[in-house]
Design a protein around this ligand. Structure first.
Ligand SMILES: Cc1ncc(COP(=O)(O)O)c(C=O)c1O
Length: 436
């Protein structure tokens, strides 16, 4: 189906869905169902329900240029969300400041409270940002409990710009900065042991940066255990959840972390340029106001972000993105991307000379998983493999740097990715490993 044909078809679907009444809630009824014309399926074996995922796929206008296994950068909007975004963009442009000054505040508050409910926070604990970067930079820069001579800790798997932020704290707060490496191959036990050891080795630690799902390898961190460990030593944790919510089903209040930066334009499928910050209610005073913001009182989390004039339509489209996320089913999405990951990883483990960088232990992986050919750790070697996958097999992937043991290639399927696409990727891997 060409993009144009698919788009027409999808628009038809979405138009039909607009008139469809809301059906059973996927989570509460243990069913995956939808007002977006998704078939009702039992959640137990939802990950492999071909008709369900074909219907999900039909909600997206997907380029047929390549098989896109690089959905970790950001997630395309489903057509109903894209259409809402276009409609809101047109409305905002037409109504200009009359809308922005009279109605946007109320609409943004409604979106914020729907988001709070979906993520398991109080509305007063979240504030919109333009993405995870803005949220996390403000948390790292704004954390005001550090004293000169304290230690701040991060790992090789944390995101580059958050590592920069942690290093910058040396000048900003006069702290010592410690970087350590996550073990490879990783297991839950050796990851926990590594965090425990780094905390023991650094008794003056005051702040730990932790990444929920690594953008480098896909490794999922046992956040609750690490956060409890840190807390028992009086170490605050800033959690980078850029890749987790939407890829994994969880509520923020289950994690035991007080400061979190989220994205909404990766795995929730909101328009580009949207994320949010979470600060546990009792910890708000531990983050400074953003550049001395006076638009909101110091008791309001919105004083911790000062974006300036924003793209109103991104926030206005969020309720539709959240509704779709909920209708597909947060758990169903997690199970599907894990299934797609297992679908290639279980066979790739048998291929000679291939290293898979996430373990199969439950809780330690989600949809993203990186691999490398043993010994091929340089940029040139991995660029060549990315190019071969793209040019010879039509598969788009991305090289990732920064892993202590060497560079690798990241594979990130989306909820709309099909098993046959993963088969094609596995076939390519098989050919490549057979040759070397
Ligand atoms: C782990 C992680 N943290 C933070 C970010 C920053 O997200 P954004 O660029 O959307 O603000 C990313 C983006 O890829 C990421 O993967």
């Amino acid at each position: 189906m060409s993009i144009t044909n698919r788009r027409n078809f999808v628009i038809g679907l979405a138009a039909a869905s607009a008139s469809a009444s809301s059906t059973v809630n996927a989570q509460s009824a243990n069913l995956a169902s939808s007002s977006f014309n998704l078939p009702i399926s039992p959640i137990d074996n939802i990950a492999t329900q071909a008709n369900y995922w074909a219907a999900v796929r039909n909600l997206y206008a997907i380029s047929n240029q390549h098989i896109n296994l690089e959905n970790g950068y950001w997630g395309i909007m489903a057509e109903p969300v894209r259409m809402e975004y276009v409609a809101k963009t047109e409305m905002v442009n037409r109504e200009n400041s009359i809308y922005a000054r009279t109605q946007f505040g109320k609409d943004a508050e409604s979106a914020r409270s729907q988001l709070a409910q979906a993520v398991g926070a109080d509305t007063s604990e979240i504030a919109f940002t333009r993405g995870a970067t803005e949220a996390l930079q403000l948390l790292i820069a704004g954390y005001n409990k550090l004293k000169t001579g304290d230690t701040v800790i991060y790992s090789d798997l944390d995101y580059d710009s958050m590592q920069y932020g942690m290093k910058w704290l040396a000048d900003r707060r006069g702290v010592n900065v410690v970087k350590f490496n996550i073990p490879e191959p990783a297991t839950k036990a050796n990851v926990l042991a590594a965090y425990q050891q780094i905390l023991i080795d650094n008794p003056k630690a005051g702040l730990l940066l932790l990444t929920h799902v690594s953008h480098r390898t896909g490794l999922v961190m046992p956040v609750q255990e690490i956060a409890a460990m840190a807390k028992s030593r009086g170490v605050a944790v800033i959690l980078d959840a850029a890749h987790s919510w939407g890829q994994i089903d969880f509520k923020v209040n289950e994690l035991g972390v007080d400061f979190v930066g989220f994205n909404l334009h990766k795995w929730i499928g909101a328009p580009l340029g949207l994320g949010f910050m979470y600060i546990a209610k009792s910890k708000l005073t531990e983050i400074d106001r953003a550049m001395g913001d006076e638009d909101y009182p110091a008791t309001d989390i919105r004083s911790r972000v000062h974006t300036g004039t924003t793209n109103f339509a991104t926030i206005l489209s969020l309720p539709t993105a959240l509704k779709l996320h909920n209708d597909i089913g947060a758990k169903a999405k997690e199970l599907r991307v894990k299934h797609l990951r297992n679908y290639w990883v279980s066979r790739a483990r048998e291929l000679k000379g291939l290293e898979i960088l996430t373990p199969d232990e439950p809780g330690m992986y989600a949809g993203i998983t990186s691999f490398r050919m043993a010994g091929k750790v340089t940029a040139e070697q991995n660029n060549a493999l990315v190019a071969e996958l793209r040019d010879k097999y039509g598969i788009f992937s991305v090289r990732r740097t920064g892993v202590a043991k060497g560079q690798c290639i990241r594979i990130s399927p989306a909820v709309y990715t099909s098993e046959s696409e993963m088969d094609q990727f596995f076939g390519a891997l098989k050919n490549i490993t057979a040759r070397s």
